[in-house]
Design a protein around this ligand. Structure first.
Ligand SMILES: Nc1ncnc2c1ncn2[C@@H]1O[C@H](COP(=O)(O)OP(=O)(O)OP(=O)(O)O)[C@@H](O)[C@H]1O
Ligand SMILES: O=C(O)C1=C[C@@H](O)[C@@H](O)[C@H](O)C1
Ligand SMILES: [Mg+2]
Length: 170
């Protein structure tokens, strides 16, 4: 089986995917990590060298391959924005879980992580990022088969809630 996690930067996709992988004993793949392995560059370095448009092309081709892998797939925050990716995500049989976080949760987590790992945070600043979050919200909601709010919850509890919501037997 495959469970795909979507949501804004800092909503906890990578963190919760690790928990789900542990609790379900399934492999975990992270799209950003797969992109970095394919490119041989970190995502900030890729943005710096090739720009966002090229990043989105690479993201789409790596997503296409990743959707044939079994297990838990954490996507990048912008993965569902391209219309072609929306089709890829919707036309695969597994559940697509939207991790929905408030602006306050995202802001405090991204500030704690720092700007260096997220090029769009570097480019847009916090106000710009939260404006981007607002424009993406309907896209995440449209693509999701389940919506899980994450504010104030521990990753292990979020993973349990996801497992319960999709009726997986463990
Ligand atoms: N439920 C949680 N409670 C507290 N902190 C969390 C939780 N989930 C994630 N975090 C922390 O928030 C930060 C962002 O988490 P993570 O990298 O998993 O987000 P992401 O959705 O994968 O972001 P991106 O789209 O940039 O890849 C990390 O520092 C992580 O440790
Ligand atoms: O929200 C976004 O557009 C991004 C999120 C990250 O996961 C990375 O995929 C990259 O930094 C772009
Ligand atoms: Mg991530």
């Amino acid at each position: 089986m495959r469970i795909t996690l979507i949501g804004f930067m800092g909503s906890g996709k990578t963190t919760v995917a690790k928990e789900l992988s542990h609790q379900l004993n399934l492999p975990q793949n992270d799209l950003d990590t797969l992109i970095e392995q394919t490119a041989g560059l970190t995502i900030p370095a890729y943005f710096e060298q090739f720009g966002e448009a090229r990043f989105r092309q690479l993201e789409q081709s790596v997503l296409t391959e990743a959707l044939s892998l079994e297990g838990i797939l954490s996507t990048g925050g912008g993965t569902p924005v391209q219309v072609s990716n929306q089709g890829l995500l919707k036309n695969q049989p597994g559940p697509v879980i939207f991790l929905d976080a408030s602006d306050q949760t995202i802001a405090s987590r991204l500030l704690a992580d720092g700007v260096t790992s997220r090029p769009l945070f570097q480019q847009l600043g916090m106000d710009g990022l939260l404006a981007l979050k607002q424009t993406r919200q309907p896209v995440y909601e449209k693509i999701a088969s389940e919506i899980i709010t994450v504010d104030g919850k521990q990753p292990a509890d979020i993973a349990k809630e996801i497992i319960h919501s999709i009726n997986v037997n463990i």
